[in-house]
Structure formats: C-alpha cells, structure tokens
Unconditional design. Structure first.
Length: 606
C-alpha cells in the first residue's frame, strides 16, 4: 500500500505522475502543474472523492513521477504514456489503435495511396484517423477515379520495369509510371491534387485545375485540357453534396459530446473552407463517474496527439480543462496559432448544438444496437446452459483449433468470448512442439495442456479459466483435450467438441451427439466462436508457412547464411521483391557484399 507521507518529497514542479498497483502495473497517468499538490489531493479529499477515483486510490501501491520544464511538455508526455500503457482508470479512446489512416507515400519516387493503422516518421503524409473505414475507402475509390495514381506496391526506384502494365492502366485507373514513360513532375502534379483534396482544400483544388485547363487550352493541348475538365466536373459533382455550415471560410473542427452508461460519444465535424467535408463519431470508455469536462479534455488530448491535420480553430460545445496549455500545445504542433472557441451565441453556437444533437443520435442508435446484441447473446448463453446441462451460464467461452499442412508448421489457436463478444486481448496462439506429423489429436492435447498449466502456474496471461471449453472437432479431438484437463485435475471444466460438417456437438460420456435446432441462438454463438478459432489458427499457420518457404529457398544459395537471410527478408519483405532486386540493390543490404549479391541475383536469373 502506498504511504502518503512520501508525497512530501515530491517536487512542486510541472510533470507527470504514474500510479501503479501491487503488481507493478500502471493504472493511471496524470499531469500536474505542481506534482506535490496534485498527488496530495488524492489522499486529502477523503469521502469526497468520486467512487471511481476512490477505487483507484485504494489500489495504488506506488507512485512514480517525471519532472518536465513546462506544463505543455507534461501534457505531451502524458499523452504518450497513456497511449503506451492504456491504464485502467484513464479515460480511453475505444480501440483507437484500430482507426485507419490514409497514407500518401511521398517517400517513394512515384507515391501511392494506401490504408495503414499506424503513423510512422518515414517521410510519408498521413490523413485521419477515420472511424468509418467504409466511407474512407469510398473516398479513396473516388480519388483514384479522378486522379489515376498507382495502387500497386512495386519498387519503382528503377524504371522501366521489364513487364507489361497491369489492368489499371488499361481502364484509366493508373498512368503506369512503371513503364518509364511518365515524368516525375507530371505524376507529382497528380499527388499534389490528391493531397489538396484530403486536406479539405477542394475550392483551392478546383481553382488550380481550372488554371491548368486554361493553360493547356491556350497551348492547343486539347487532350490534356479535356482531362482537367473531366476532373473538375467530377469534383464539382462531389462538392454539390457538401453543406455550407460556416461563413468564416476557415478550417474548423467542431466537437461536442453525449453521455451514455460508462461510455461517451464525441462527435467531430470537419469543416474545411466553410463546408462540412466529413463527420466522425468516437467512443470513449472508462467514463463512468467522470465529469463532462474531464472526458472532453481527455478526448482532445488523445485525438490531436495522433491527428494528421490540426485546423486553425476548434469549436467546442463546452469548456475543457487546461485550455490555454492545450492551445499552446496544438499551436506548436501546427506551427501557427490554433484557437479553441466555446461560443455563447450566434452561428458557431448553433453549429456546436447541431454537432451535439448528432452525437446524441449516434449514441442512442449505438446503445440500441448494443442492447439488442446483449439480449441476443444473453439468450444464447442461457440456451447453452440448459442444452449442455451446465451449472452456470457460460459467460467466458474459450475455443481451440489446430492448423497445419501435412503436419508441418502445426499451430493451435485459442480464442475467447466473454458475454458473447470476442475478447481479442485474451487470444493466444501456440506452435506445436512435441508432436511430429499430422496428428491433430496429440496437437490438441498439447495446446490445451500448455494453456491450463500456465494458468495454474500463475501466468497473468492465462489466469482466467473458462466456463465452457469448445474444441473444434469430433470425438477424437474432444477425448485428447479431456485427457489434458484430467492430467491437470481440471476435468471439472465443461468441454464440448463441435464438428463442422453437420454441426454436431460431442460431449464426453455420451454416445450420440447433441444436435441443436438450426435457428438456435446457442448454435449461432458456438459457430461464431468455432469459426473465429479457425480463422485465427489458419492466419497464424499461413504466416509461419510463408516464412518457412522463403527461408528454405534462400538456404539453397551459396554464401547466404542465417544472418544474411534475415537481413534480406527484413530489407525486401518478400521473395518476389528479392527476385526483382538488382545486384547493386542486394549489395546495399547490411551484411551483404558484392559477391553474395551476385550469388543471389544469379540464383534467381539462371
């Protein structure tokens, strides 16, 4: 238990404090103008603390701190630590790591558009994050129709390539820079237009295209002028759907929030040049008991920490904490003044209210859908309890599957569903170690044994045991899984086998399988669990198989040992890329020399 007397030694300087539990796990990260005063407030408030904060304080075993030179530095460090640790008691953007970004690979000779999940400092340009991945991909499709930039991942550091252009060239979706007939300046003009579009500068883009069209027409280059004309018309049709919401004609983000049970929805309207270009709803969790101001402040810090674009003005429906500090931080990130506005009347107030209404509507719709799913899953679990004769409702279900190719690269997957919903942070995968050849029975026994043995030994990753264990397979797989449980004295855990062909359920001690009705919610749940286990196992197996095949090919090349194989794989990523590389490119890989590079090149070009 943490001794509050230690706080007297804390400095009265700005910084970040890190609270940990008895296991050394970070449970909360916060920033402070004065570390001593802020941390002291948790232990002097007594009964006046909100329930959530009181619970957190009761779990504090240690508090560390990092002193910074300013409150802005403390804010930046706080954002980074929350993102890294994802502490239990911090308000978190739900599944923020899953939000996709549009990446323009400006670090390549002929840039392309791709979708990524993480931002890297690689010289590329990123736009996002986008919550609605479907809408984002629609936008990319529109962009590629208007501006035919390449979508392939070919290495175009040396063009022309010795191959024909692909189908995209023939349907006018790509200008085929791979053929060497396109100047980088001409292609760069396309990329410039794409960037302007994604920045929300559509009016500026239209004016730019009109100038280019007129220049081409004056030069009697009517074919090029027609291309610009078509691009202008396509953009104008797209812009007709956008609503003018601001007469300021500046870039703005308008943000408002709606509260639910332990969740909050923050809606962001992106206004560019006075027009509403996009809206995105974000869900935050761990909000029960938190004040509205605290929730909105947490969102602003987490969202703009990774946002690819920061507007000139951010309009909020209500006040936030640390407003001046956040303004300074955002201005530093943008490189120019950023203003946070909380309007009291007029056009901006109406705009903020409209966003708040959209947030409420989205949250109501989401909570209704979640409630329907909760009821459906509850019914399925109750059906399972009755059908399988279980003592308790199976709130935690684990499923195992085996995947291999004729016994090679044999792997097992373990997936977890809680309350009928996948709990992906608890998924585990195993490489089968003791079984040789295609023996799914013994492989299943090994995987189940290893999983539960680690749980009995106190491994944090395996400490929670299931209410129901599902084995993908029939009587054989079930029998071997039960043997593993018996050896560990865990045979009290209910276990079933689910055979895919007829969806028969096998239970130890019963000769005949249990057959649930085709429209049974319990069967639907078991199928979802089993199919997810299969997907997870096959994905892992394919990854290992691809790696093995690549390694085995490179092993045949004289002078290419394990260190060079790893270096080549890291540098090029695939066998196809290694095949296409020139001796000069191969020799630049760490650990390679001219002789080894020639050996690799000649092996693939005999």
């Amino acid at each position: 238990m943490f001794n509050p007397e230690r706080i007297e030694s804390f400095p009265e300087k700005p910084g970040v404090y890190i609270m940990k539990d008895k296991n050394g796990k970070v449970i909360y990260v916060g920033k402070a103008v004065s570390l001593k005063n802020r941390v002291r407030s948790y232990f002097k408030a007594g009964d006046s603390l909100p329930p959530k904060v009181s619970s957190m304080v009761s779990h504090i075993d240690d508090i560390e701190y990092i002193v910074t030179d300013s409150e802005v530095e403390a804010l930046i460090l706080e954002c980074n630590l929350i993102k890294f640790y994802k502490p239990k008691y911090n308000i978190l953007l739900k599944d923020d790591k899953q939000y996709p970004y549009i990446k323009i690979t400006l670090n390549e000779p002929f840039p392309r558009i791709e979708v990524v999940r993480k931002i890297k400092k690689d010289g590329a340009r990123y736009f996002g994050p986008y919550v609605n991945a479907g809408a984002m991909r629609e936008a990319i499709d529109v962009l590629r129709k208007i501006f035919p930039v390449r979508s392939c991942k070919k290495d175009l550091s040396r063009v022309p390539l010795k191959e024909r252009p692909c189908l995209n060239y023939h349907i006018n979706r790509c200008l085929a820079p791979c053929q060497g007939n396109l100047q980088k300046e001409e292609y760069g003009e396309l990329i410039k237009n794409v960037v302007m579009f994604l920045e929300g500068r559509q009016e500026a883009l239209l004016n730019h295209l009109r100038e280019k069209m007129e220049q081409a027409a004056q030069s009697l280059d009517f074919e090029t002028a027609a291309v610009y004309r078509n691009q202008i018309q396509a953009l104008q049709k797209l812009l007709e759907k956008q609503k003018i919401v601001s007469t300021d004609m500046v870039d703005q983000d308008v943000i408002a929030m709606a509260r639910g049970f332990d969740t909050a929805c923050v809606m962001v309207f992106f206004v560019r040049e006075g027009k509403l270009t996009e809206r995105e709803p974000f869900i935050l969790k761990n909000t029960d008991g938190a004040e509205r101001k605290e929730i909105l402040t947490s969102f602003i810090k987490q969202f703009y920490d990774t946002a690819s674009f920061i507007p000139k003005e951010i309009i909020l429906e209500e006040e936030i904490d640390d407003r001046d500090t956040i303004e300074s931080w955002l201005s530093g990130k943008k490189g120019s003044k950023v203003k946070i506005t909380i309007p009291k009347r007029g056009e901006k107030k109406q705009l903020a209210e409209m966003v708040a209404e959209n947030a409420r509507a989205y949250l109501e719709q989401r909570e209704s859908a979640e409630e329907r799913e909760r009821i459906r899953n509850q019914k399925a679990m109750e059906e399972l309890k009755i059908s399988l004769g279980l003592e308790d409702i199976p709130r935690r279900i684990e499923a195992f599957d085996i995947s291999n190719t004729q016994g090679s690269e044999s792997v097992a997957s373990m997936v977890v569903f809680e309350e009928g919903i996948p709990k992906k942070e608890d998924y585990r995968k195993f490489r089968i170690k003791t079984v040789e050849g295609p023996n799914d029975f013994e492989s299943m026994k090994e995987a189940v044994y290893r999983r539960f043995k680690r749980g009995l030994e106190g491994d944090e990753k395996f400490r929670d045991f299931p209410d129901l264990l599902v084995i993908d397979g029939g009587k054989g797989q079930l029998r071997y899984a039960r043997e593993a449980l018996r050896e560990l004295n865990l045979d009290y855990i209910p276990t079933i086998g689910l055979a895919k062909e007829f969806e028969h359920i096998f239970i130890e001690g019963r000769d005949e399988p249990l057959i649930l009705p085709r429209d049974s919610q319990a069967l639907y749940l078991l199928q979802r669990v089993r199919d997810e286990a299969h997907r997870f196992a096959v994905t892992y197996h394919r990854k290992l198989r691809t790696r093995r095949n690549l390694k085995s090919v490179l092993e045949d090349i004289p002078g290419i040992g394990e260190a060079r194989r790893k270096a080549l794989l890291k540098a090029f990523g695939s066998l196809e890329a290694i095949k296409k590389a020139t001796p000069e490119e191969l020799s630049k890989v760490p650990g390679m020399n001219k002789k080894a590079a020639v050996a690799v090149y000649e092996y693939f070009h005999k």
